[in-house]
Design a protein around this ligand. Structure first.
Ligand SMILES: Nc1ncnc2c1ncn2[C@@H]1O[C@H](COP(=O)(O)OP(=O)(O)O)[C@@H](O)[C@H]1O
Ligand SMILES: [Mg+2]
Length: 429
């Protein structure tokens, strides 16, 4: 019987043929668990593969080299805990794993989604893997709690939703957070150029309030993280997020994360609550991962009451649009403020908007940096300090172009100057 069929027989529950299970058990008996614990994940895998191959060649069934290696892989994967997902988790380039039922697995690499041949042998096996994952954080998924959202001890974010809510079987999304890019790496990748990075560095050190805007997946969080890297080491930074993604390198960082309501619908702590609480924590800077609603007003008020140098991201289509979005979001708070008042808040709070875009070829780029020059209740006025001018796209569909700087408006130049920062001098082209 071919191995594939034998494994399929496993799935049908044929205990007689449960080769993988038998060897998995023997492997776990034979191997020194304490020794394993001292190894790195990669070494652990190699060690287990070795022991298992030896066992199989001593008394295992007759298998071709290929069949043996498939079997070894599968048993080791299962023994390591996350079953067939292990190779995907071991792959550094995978940033998201999406399991839509046992037979449809997709991953995201470099911002692109692709289907992978990974399959669970059955719904039961998928359930087992899900149970293993969520039990690490003392959660369970069953009829009474069919949705779970959790962060693993290793930092990944996991969301599980099962039938009948998910129509095509247990569905799991694992988001991983690769080592974040530093500003220098973003420059290297062409996300922005050196002078734009220098200008933004001056803005951050000079305690301007900065908004990072862009569409979904345009690289806002990544950029926010890199930008935060420019905050001086000694400052007290409070970060506020829905799902903690930021990883700041500074020594004095307090990370806050919101919490959804429990099954009875109680106990929710929203971004808003956290922003308000953060104000009582003597922060030098407040960083809000993404503003999506009424908390925008609290953030603007924080920026206007001495918490300069704060940074947040917002979903918007252009730098100019970001200001309009902030206004709409701030108006979603239960405090009913006239539009003119909101505009006043935004004009005085926001200094700089950095807008990112994801191009056709998947590359992410700073396409606009704008300075807010309007005051009080005036219509928003945004002066572009830098804009990306794309070259015509050739046959290879690779996007290239130039970052075109413009003069820094006098008021902003003055502020940077007072903060001891050098203001770039731009000569007319
Ligand atoms: N400048 C960049 N260059 C290359 N890849 C990037 C860049 N910024 C983000 N990415 C990748 O794009 C994906 C989405 O980035 P993220 O910062 O989470 O976007 P957003 O917060 O706008 O939704 C991630 O996989 C991230 O690694
Ligand atoms: Mg984000």
């Amino acid at each position: 019987m071919a191995l594939r069929d034998r494994l399929a027989a496993d799935e049908r529950g044929g205990q007689d043929n449960d080769l993988a299970a038998v060897y998995r058990e023997r492997l776990l008996e034979e191997i020194d668990v304490d020794e394993l614990a001292r190894l790195s994940p990669a070494q652990r895998r190699v060690r287990m593969e070795r022991v298992l191959s030896r066992m199989l060649s001593l008394d295992g069934p007759v298998l071709s080299a290929r069949e043996r290696s498939v079997l070894v892989q599968r048993i080791v994967d299962e023994a390591l805990g996350l079953g067939v997902l292990e190779p995907l988790l071991a792959d550094e380039s995978v940033t998201e794993i999406m399991v839509n039922g046992p037979h449809d697995v997709f991953v995201e690499r470099y911002g692109k989604i692709e289907r992978v041949p990974t399959r669970f042998t059955s719904v039961a096996q998928l359930h087992q893997t899900i149970d293993r994952i969520v039990s690490q954080v003392n959660r369970r998924v069953d009829e009474s709690s069919p949705m779970v959202d959790a962060r693993l001890p290793t930092g990944e974010r996991v969301n599980v939703i099962i039938p009948p809510l998910a129509l095509d079987g247990p569905t799991m999304t694992i988001r991983r957070f690769p080592t974040p890019f530093r500003m220098a790496e973003l420059v290297e990748r062409g996300t922005l150029d050196t002078s734009t990075a220098a200008l933004l560095g001056a803005c951050v050190r000079g305690r301007l309030n900065v908004i990072v805007s862009g569409g979904t997946g345009s690289g806002k969080t990544t950029f926010l993280n890199a930008l935060s890297g420019m905050i001086p080491q000694h400052e007290r930074i409070v970060t506020i997020e829905d799902a903690a993604e930021l990883s700041l390198q500074q020594g004095h960082v307090v990370r806050l994360e919101s919490r959804p309501a429990n099954v009875e619908g109680r106990g929710a702590v929203i971004i808003r609550d956290l922003v308000r609480n953060a104000l009582r924590m003597r922060p030098d800077r407040i960083i809000v991962g993404e503003v999506r609603g009424g908390e925008t007003l609290d953030m603007l008020q924080a920026m206007n009451t001495g918490h300069d140098g704060s940074i947040a991201t917002v979903h918007a289509n252009t730098a100019r649009d970001a200001l309009g979005r902030l206004e709409t979001l701030a108006s979603m708070s239960e405090v009913d403020l006239p539009v003119a008042t909101l505009r006043d808040q935004i004009n005085s709070a926001i200094d700089v908007v950095v807008h990112l875009e994801r191009a056709l070829d998947g590359s992410r780029r700073v396409v606009e940096v704008g300075a807010v020059t309007s005051h009080r209740r005036e219509e928003y006025e945004l002066v572009l300090l830098v804009r990306f001018v794309a070259d015509p796209v050739g046959a290879e569909r690779v996007v290239s172009g130039t970052f075109v700087p413009a003069a820094v408006p006098p008021e902003l130049a003055e502020r940077l100057h007072r903060a001891g920062e050098t203001v770039p001098v731009v000569h007319a082209p």
